[in-house]
Design a protein. Sequence first.
Lengths: 564, 303
Amino acid sequence: MDGLRMASRALLAQQSAILVTGENISNQATPGYSRQVARLQPAAQSGAPISTPKGVVRAGDGVTLSDVERFRSQFLDDAIRDQTADDAGSQVTQDIMGRATAVMGDTNDSPLAMSLDGFFQQASRAVATPDDPSLRQAILNSASTLVSEFNTRAQALVSLRREVADQARSGAAQVNQILADIAQGNVALPEGTVEGNLALDRRDNLVNKLSEFLDVQVVPQSSGTVAIYQDGVALVFGRQNRTVSVGTDMAGNAALRTDSGKILNVTSGKLGALLQAQNVQLASFSSKLDTQATALMDAVNSRLQNGYALDGTAGSPLFAGLGAQDMRVAIGDQRRLGLAAASLQSTASITTANSVFDTSQALSTQTAALVTTPAASGVISVNGTNVAWDNSMSMDQILASLSAVGVKGRFDVGSQKIFLVRDPEVGVGATVTATDVTGNLAAVFGVTTAVINPGIPGDGSVAQSLANLTSTPVLGIPPSITIPQSLHGYLTDFASTVAGAKDLASTSKALLSALTQQREQYQGVSSDEETMNLMMYQRAYQSAARLATTQDQMLDTLINQMAR
Amino acid sequence: MRVTQAGQQALILANLGDLNERLLNLRMQASSGYRMQDGSEDPASYGQILSLKSQEAVVTAHGEVSSRLSGRLAYYDTVLGQLSDNVRNARTLAQQGASSGTDPTNLPLLATQVNQVLDTVLGIANDQNEGRYIFAGAKTDSPPYVATRLGDQVTGVTYQGDDRPQDVTLDNGQSMKFSVSGSEVFGADPADPNSVIGSLIHLRDALKAGDQAAATASMTVLDNVYSKVLAARGEVGAREQHLASLDLLRNNVILQLQKQRDSVQNVDLPTTVSQLMQEQTVWQSALQVASRVDQYNLLNMLR
């Protein structure tokens, strides 16, 4: 009977092993499945006593299934979980950057850069004939196009931020569902059984799913359960779980918080990437776009407001608004464009008849050529600012010194007159004034009784100053940078950020792939291996069946044959 | 090392994905002619392209302005030519009037002709080009020279234009004055007997009065006036030449900029097509291997 018992144990053990092998074969394509191996070991020696020359020994009891071992590496699991968070986060970031690229129209022909170039081109065309209505209208049209490009991008970035915020909220809801599922199954699972192993796989898969959303730490507990922490806060402990939601932190940035109000520091995963995109990248793109828009508006408006419109009134700002989103063209009538600068000019020639005035020589040496003999020194107030001079200076030097107070002075050989023209690039204010505080320079200039000429239709000084913005550094953006250079820098910076996101996504994916391969090597199912196991256990089963048959025949012989 | 089917398939799929991505990039390059489809593929080159395009736009605008100014200067040249012809005509009339051989009774006739020249010159002084008074300086919307008349005879003229020089900044920040002010041609005081208009008024009145001595003096004045008009015309010619030389330089600059941009932006099509064919061959091989690799396993062999 011991033999039959042994045979039956062997049959059961091999059958169990075949079932385990079958489980592996069935699940070889199941994501997250850990292969299981049936551990067979000899049963305790408690069988019938056998007399041997060396004494009585007990026969073995055959084989028994001691354990169904689950192949899972805690080390690899932890590494993959961390990398999953990084990879999921970087993929989301890449996706968002891709959508931002589509929004910005960042292709070989950047429409924003082209429209800025077009605006300055129109200003340049209007310099020689600033009174041409079609050229003035073209400036307004190109300004509208430029504004539209800024508005579109700003609005699209706002919409994208909103979409990202929605995605984050949706992600938080998914996290809550996963946390609840983990907590529900977070019990002490029986190890060494197929059911227990499958339950452990389910829990690990849920944790992996969770790590796609945020970086978590999994701490196995002595009770056989796990505790899941994020930033030191227990999200799952025993069968209890917290919930999370997207709110704002003290600084007003989007943040993930628990139901107890604690703000979590989520640095990776989809939620980490979504929050980062909202608070940092997209916010930065929007803010820098606003900087470009305001720098442009300030530079253009200040110049136009230093000029005069066709009707002789002071120029109006061309642009209005606080940033890229609400930027708009504030002039509807091309006649209101202040493209002409005010000037003060000598009422008559300042030189005597048939004389040659050398503007590069000291005034003291040119008295014979001048109608009014200059004093030895003096102070002239130009646009309300005092400028000192003396007769050792040349006319060129004196006129050049006026540039700091927003006046371009020149002596015209043709008319032999002095022209003091408002420089639209300096200061605020459209007029030009020049009066003597001491000395008689204004008299030498011939402007003491001169009347300021407001905007004269054929003067394109302000149009020229607008066109000069392609080469003139402006305030509001880093020194020695022009407006086009600043915009190019913004677009290039944007492209670099997108490129960085792509590279990071590619690297993360490769790392995750490598770790996953490693895990697959360890815990994955090899059909060749399982096929061999199947054959082995099948043969063993057949052998055990043969043993049972043999034992049965022996007993039959004993019982039925010998008793006759 | 254990090799599982799932691991093998994941690896093959990843490799096929990479191959596919490379193929797609090459196809996009070949079909668009551009090396990059968006700036993130090469941010440094993208920045360069933007800068070059901006420079091209500025230079192109300078070219358009230069073309416009050339037209205006050519017009000035024509008008100044007409003016010099009229001054020379007046000079001839003055010479006739001053000649002792001229019958004094003909002097009024000469005066009438001078008056006609005067009207013509006044018309030239108030000439317009594309609706703008060309000798009005920046005050292009109103006639710069306003005559006072006694009957049909101009007795005086005042300048109501603006002598402000009109400049334009061209290539390399060079500034060029493109206007010709009334003062340069017709004098600071147009009524001055030594200016164009003033001298014609003076000559006409002298001839009317039969003053041949004054007519003789007018010849010298008209010679000076003629020189001044020629000088102004010469100045216009010099500016036209300057613009023409800038145009030549500018064309080279534009070509260079375009060439530079092409080298950064455009693909080398033969190289790209060759790479594409190479990758397609690799892709086909990878697909064939992928389709066969799973056929070889123990399970299939045991059948």
